[in-house]
Design a protein. Sequence first.
Length: 184
Amino acid sequence: MSKAVSVTHNRTRATVSLVAGILIGLTFLLSSSGKVFGYGEMPGQTMQFIGAILPDAWLTPQLALFLGDIFFPIIIPWTELCLGVLLLLRIWPRLFAAITLPLTAAFMANNAWYISQGKYQFTPCDCFGFWEKFIGTFTHVQSLYIDIVLFALALTIVLVHPGGFLSSPPWLAKLGKGIKGRKK
C-alpha cells in the first residue's frame, strides 16, 4: 500500500473513531449528568431486573441496599460521566470504549428484560435523569435502540481506532513533554 493511501486510510479511521467517541461521550455526559445532579434519578426497573436475574441467596438485604443506594445512583452515573469525558478528550479511546461495552450490554439486557415483561409501551426509562424534563422521556424500546447504537459505536472505536490500544491524542503527549521540561 502506498504511503498516500495509508495516510488517507489512517485519517479515515481516525475520523470514524473521533465521531463515534464524540457521540458516545456526549450521550454518556448527558445521561450521567442528569442522574448525578438529580440524585436518586435512576431507572426504577433496574432493581426489578437485578431481583429477577440474581438468585435469592445472593440478593441479601445488604446487597440490595448497596445496589439501590450506592451502586446504581452513585457509582454507575459517575462511571458514565468519567467515560464520557475521557472519550470526548480522546484519552485512551480504545480502552475506554472497551469499558463501555459491558456497561452498554448491561443497559441493553436491562431494557430487553423490561420489554420482555410486556411493560414497554408507555413507561419511561428515566435513562437521562432530570434532563428528561427538557428533552422528553424515552420508552424502553427507544432506550434499547440507543443502547444498541452506543454498543456499535464503542465496538467501532475498539476495532477501527488507529494506533495502539493505549494510544492517546498528540495534545496529551505534548502536555506531558511540557511538564517534564518545566521540572528541569
